[in-house]
Design a protein around this ligand. Structure first.
Ligand code: UD1
Length: 423
């Protein structure tokens, strides 16, 4: 059992410049996609978060040979010796993104012998879209307790109409479809920037994938994919988290790598609160100067390009101290409001309730002992701790570490009074 906690004291306005790492949600799926290749791949701008280490262990358990160069943020992944399509339950259960190996394993080996994935507790998080799509392509699967085996002598190209633009299902269908004959269409596909980064990586391998408006993905099958070098796109969610940390402390921050065009709804909401946002003209780089009197705002979380569900919790922390009443409707994950209870411990108790969550801004938050229940809840509590009066101690640190590489040192470098405690 981990005894780690994060200790946070009231901090002044955060100030400074931070460089972003690559997006966790892109690197995980791109690592999984390398199963489709045979040879030496190189990924740069890799965030070395815990989920990435899980994916490294998962690929190694299949036979991949992986070298890490943390200083250069680079992974060398040799997939030549991947000979197995079987993954132990202990590895699968560490994160939900493990399910993303199912498509590539089916495409390369015609079989996948895995377990049901684990991950953050964000409601039921079913995988029915993934499994329905694989059966439509001709795979049969057997689910017994926690084990999940799928077989497909030959996968066939079909059209998929997703009832919801699921990120993981879109990615899994694409990866299962690239190596077969014929044309596959995914209608109502997810078009998150991380999905587009996967498409770029697959096309570098030799795949033929195009995106058609408004949200369809067309895959023309090819017979062979080659190893690649790929630079992971910058993490819009790390950018959003850092902007909110600066905003809540009344600070000023410069993120020269921030991908402006992937963050427009979120940035518009920061402006609506009164914060001053300046964006780089070439679509890269965001500067935020916080207002001293932030105003309440309301929003719904939506698939991209809407307000991202992953920034809902950190934004809620900021809204606890805004003037007026904010309303947040979490529409993507029904259970992604567990941070509410923890923010209430910090003084937002009369301010937040229910779904949609109504937040009436308070003058001050207070330090407390709080627990992170998922990656972004952890980010929300850390941000709240920076402005809370008194000391905050957050446990459940492993959740935060799953999604962020070095958030704590970055916040400290901006003037945050925050450190990791391991007793
Ligand atoms: C990915 C991201 C996660 C982000 C989420 C939504 C990764 C590793 N994680 O998660 O950070 O919050 O997209 O942007 O990229 N659903 C079903 N059946 C399915 C699949 C999904 O009902 O088979 C539902 C989910 O329960 C959820 C919604 O669809 O309510 C969206 O989930 P999805 O887009 O699939 O999220 P993930 O790919 O798991």
């Amino acid at each position: 059992m981990s005894t780690e906690s994060i200790a946070i004291k009231t901090s002044g306005p955060l100030q400074g410049t931070v460089h972003l790492v690559g997006a966790k949600n892109a690197v995980l799926v791109i690592m999984a996609s390398l199963i489709l290749t045979k040879g030496k791949n190189k990924l740069t701008n890799v965030p070395f978060s815990e989920d990435v280490f899980h994916m490294i262990r998962l690929l190694e358990s299949l036979g991949a040979v992986i070298e890490q160069d943390k200083e250069q943020r680079t992974l060398f992944i040799d997939t030549t010796k991947i000979l197995s399509a079987q993954i132990g339950a202990d590895i699968m259960k560490k994160m939900r993104a493990s399910i993303l190996v199912m498509g590539p394993l089916l495409a390369r080996f015609g079989t996948a012998d895995i377990a049901m994935p684990g991950g953050c507790v964000l409601g039921t998080r079913p995988i029915n879209f993934h499994l329905n799509a694989f059966s439509k392509m001709g795979a049969t699967y057997n689910q017994h307790d926690d084990s999940l085996t799928a077989e497909a002598k030959e996968l066939r190209a079909v059209d998929h109409v997703l009832e919801y633009p699921s990120v993981g299902a879109t990615e899994n269908i694409m990866m299962a479809s690239v190596l077969m004959q014929g044309k596959t269409r995914i209608v109502n596909a997810a078009i998150e920037p991380e999905v587009l980064d996967l498409i770029q990586a697959l096309n570098k391998m030799g795949a033929q994938i195009t995106v058609e408006p408004p949200a369809s993905i067309v895959i023309k099958g090819v017979s062979l994919l080659k190893p690649i070098e790929h630079h992971i796109l910058h993490d819009r969610l790390e950018a959003g988290t850092l902007l909110l940390a600066a905003a809540i402390t009344g600070g000023e921050i410069n993120l020269p790598d921030a991908p402006v065009h992937s963050m427009e709804v979120f940035l518009a909401k920061l402006e609506e609160m009164g914060h001053e946002i300046t964006c780089g003209e070439d679509g890269q780089g965001v500067h935020l100067k916080a207002t001293k009197n932030p105003q309440a705002i309301s929003f719904k979380t939506m698939p991209y390009p809407g307000f991202p569900t992953d920034l809902q919790a950190p934004m809620m922390a900021a809204l606890c101290l805004a003037s007026g009443k904010s309303v947040i409707h979490e529409t993507v994950f029904e259970n992604r409001l567990l941070h509410v209870r923890e923010l209430q411990k910090m003084g937002a108790q009369r301010a937040i309730d229910g779904q949609p969550a109504t937040i009436v801004g308070v003058d001050e938050l207070y330090g407390a002992s709080v627990i992170a229940t998922d990656i972004r809840a952890g980010a929300a509590l850390v941000i709240a701790g920076l402005v809370a009066q008194g000391d905050t101690s957050m446990t459940g640190v492993h959740h935060l570490k799953r999604g962020y590489d070095d958030l704590i040192p970055k916040l400290a470098s901006l003037g945050g009074n925050i450190k990791l405690v391991d007793e």
